[in-house]
Design a protein around this ligand. Structure first.
Ligand code: ZN
Length: 313
């Protein structure tokens, strides 16, 4: 009996040890990404030498992810955890890392990958406060929706994977170069589409699309939210409706998670067309990869603005 218990215990310990041991060269690197965009980019750069799971699936509010036991298990077994950073995942990543008790992904480990390091964030409060909103204390974290975001994130992923698997660096570099070349081709088309967006006016629910809008000179004249993460008050909505009518703003951008009664009310009062855009890959149809998602975002805006949409390559 005692031997049976002992072997069971040893078996459990072996399982735990294997969960905590960093992957040896040759084994596929087990990666967890917080958003599907990062999962796609890790797959693009890592190829067959990685396996990737994403916590978010796409349609969710990325600031308010619900963590399930399966996420904890995935992080417990991971060699690397890729996150956007800039407080996008602050509501759940610290607890997830603590709960998983996996030293590979502790904040000081090379497997804890903050992909926004080096990104020049917009809307950064002068001091670290909640003044800019409840969920953007370090500035706007939605860099995955910037047309330049894919290549930037791919650079961070290349650095991280090469550090974790030095012997595969050349393999990762080749795949990274191929991915970035495909982005460059897509961006020529995006620039052609976006050139017609300059000076157009929109309202958005949450400040999710600001990098994109800024890139093409689209004018955001207001948000449905009072501040990032704070729902509107009746006064705020009345003011927004008045401004939209005065400015002849006919487009209201929303994400799948934020297409709610407030959006419907503003659209009804102003006659604005509601356009659903993804917050991340997988959020809407035809957005399962980062390049496809950006294709879809450009096309949906061009459609509502009535501007040309050249065919995809
Ligand atoms: Zn946000």
């Amino acid at each position: 009996m005692r031997t049976a218990v002992r072997s069971l215990l040893l078996g459990c310990l072996a399982l735990v040890a294997s969960a905590f041991a960093p992957a040896a060269e040759g084994e596929r690197l087990k990666c967890v990404a917080t958003i599907p965009d990062l999962a796609d980019i890790v797959r693009e750069v890592g190829g067959e030498r990685v396996e990737v799971k994403s916590i978010a699936k796409g349609p969710e509010n990325l600031h308010a992810m619900v963590i399930r036991p399966s996420h904890l298990v995935a992080v417990s077994n991971a060699d690397a955890l890729f996150q956007v950073g800039l407080s996008l995942e602050v509501a759940y990543v610290p607890a997830l890392v603590e709960g998983a008790r996996n030293k590979n992904v502790f904040p000081s480990a090379p497997g804890f990958v903050n992909c926004s390091i080096g990104w020049k964030a917009i809307q950064v409060p002068e001091v670290l406060t909640r003044q800019a909103g409840d969920v953007h204390p370090q500035g706007n974290p939605h860099l995955n929706l910037d047309p330049r975001g894919g290549a930037f994130l791919a650079d961070r992923v290349l650095e991280a994977l090469s550090k974790l698997r030095p012997a595969s660096t050349d393999y990762f570099k080749t795949r990274h170069a191929d991915f970035v070349a495909r982005i460059d081709v897509a961006r020529k088309r995006w620039d052609e589409i976006g050139a017609h967006f300059k000076g157009r006016k929109i309202v958005e629910y949450h400040q999710e699309y600001d990098y994109f809008l800024l890139h093409y000179g689209v004018e955001r004249i207001g948000t449905v939210e009072l501040r990032p993460g704070i729902p509107p008050t009746p006064n705020h909505l009345a003011h927004l409706i008045e401004v939209m009518k005065r400015e002849k703003c006919e487009v209201l951008l929303t994400a799948p998670w934020s297409k709610n009664n407030f959006v419907d009310r503003v659209a009804e009062a102003t006659g604005a067309k509601v356009v659903v855009l993804p917050s991340s890959c997988g959020g809407v149809e035809d957005s399962e990869t980062w390049i496809k998602m950006m294709d879809t975002v450009h096309e949906r805006l061009a459609k509502v603005f009535g501007t040309p949409i050249p065919p995809r390559q």
